[in-house]
Design a protein around this ligand. Sequence first.
Ligand SMILES: *[C@@H]1O[C@H](CO)[C@@H](O)[C@H](O)[C@H]1NC(C)=O
Ligand SMILES: *[C@@H]1O[C@H](CO)[C@@H](O)[C@H](O)[C@H]1NC(C)=O
Ligand SMILES: *[C@@H]1O[C@H](CO)[C@@H](O)[C@H](O)[C@H]1NC(C)=O
Length: 397
Amino acid sequence: MGIIKDEHRRLKPSHAQSPMTSKLKILLLVVSTNLLSVFLFAGSSGWVAPAVHFVDSGTLLRELNATQRQLSNTLWQVSQLSKLLATANSLLETTLTDIGKAHREEEESPDEDLEKWARRLTGELKLVVGPHKFPLGYNPNIGSDELYPVLGTSCRRYEEELVKYMSYEVGGECPSDEWFAQRLMLKGCEPLPRRRCHPKSPVGYVEPAPLPESLWAIPADTSITWDAYTCKNYSCLLPASVPPEFPESDAIEHGRVGGVQLMSEAEEMIEPEDTARPQHPNGRRCATLMCTISVAHRLPFYDNTLDLVHSTHVLSNWIPDAMLEFALFDIYRVLRPGGVFWLDHFFCLGHQLNATYAPMFDRIGFRKLRWNAGRKLDRGIEKNEWYISTLLEKPMT
Ligand SMILES: *[C@@H]1O[C@H](CO)[C@@H](O)[C@H](O)[C@H]1NC(C)=O
Ligand SMILES: *[C@@H]1O[C@H](CO)[C@@H](O)[C@H](O)[C@H]1NC(C)=O
Ligand SMILES: *[C@@H]1O[C@H](CO)[C@@H](O)[C@H](O)[C@H]1NC(C)=O
């Protein structure tokens, strides 16, 4: 601005004098040069828009700085969060591992769990779940000093139903609950627990015909307890179930049997042609069905079906009393009315014979056909060891 003023001062004298052309040109040139410089100067100070930007860029930088600070702050928070997350993750992992371990331990020691369950139970259910201590202490053959009755694993899931199933009068007639029992079995509670009661007797049991006629003869309607079925006689059942006719020999070849000899813990296979093969007292020959189960297992047969149950050297005083009684009631259950339990070589000590076992066999409800008690002398008379051999019949009614 100071320069422009100077140029105006110089121009005034040239206007006042009568100017010469060359001087005027020079002056004009100077003026124009100055004007140009004035213009250039004014122009440089007249770039308004970029100037505003340069002035506001400070604010922008500050804002950017602030944003950057916020951003770095946020980044810090995020890193803290991810650290927390990592900690939480590892905690969760530890917890899950612990839970898994606990679960595995639980799975690894089902006995402990079973014991807890067994302790909580009462009455017949407690007895039938066990465990029961061996009367003679640790049994090296079994590798334990106690025995658990065999019970389907799923049974424990249906405790309420089990309690109901095990509610009956000991030594009396079992509830008529075949349908209920079948339903429990279908749910996986198989084998069912044994019971100390008698299955309901058929109203008028008729002895089956001798073999082989009995294979093809339809039993009397009165020989069956029909409670669990819609049908109340064979005429109702047969039309829907009789298969097409085929030769008798085919059926025999395919292993269909009409009678069963149960060898509890069978020690040897009896050959079909073996003449010592047991016969029912009424002279009927018995077919053989091999079935390997422990003495603690409920017999896998229907009520009131078998002609004969033979036990030799198996049932003896090594079995806990309560379990033996359940086993004897189970044998009673599967025998048909008039069926025979042939208990052979039942080993015990003299004082047990009259104090424990004779009364126990009486309690079951068998009729004594034969009863022989004799000393076992091979280890010396002073050992007071005895064998009982007996034929026990299930009453007809
Ligand atoms: C922006 O921040 C830096 C440091 O982070 C500082 O040196 C600079 O002066 C700041 N600029 C403004 C415009 O605030
Ligand atoms: C068999 O039972 C059905 C009902 O289930 C009955 O209608 C029928 O008369 C019975 N037959 C005989 C022969 O008793
Ligand atoms: C058992 O009791 C009967 C009498 O009921 C007796 O004759 C027998 O000697 C007793 N047996 C033993 C081993 O005590």
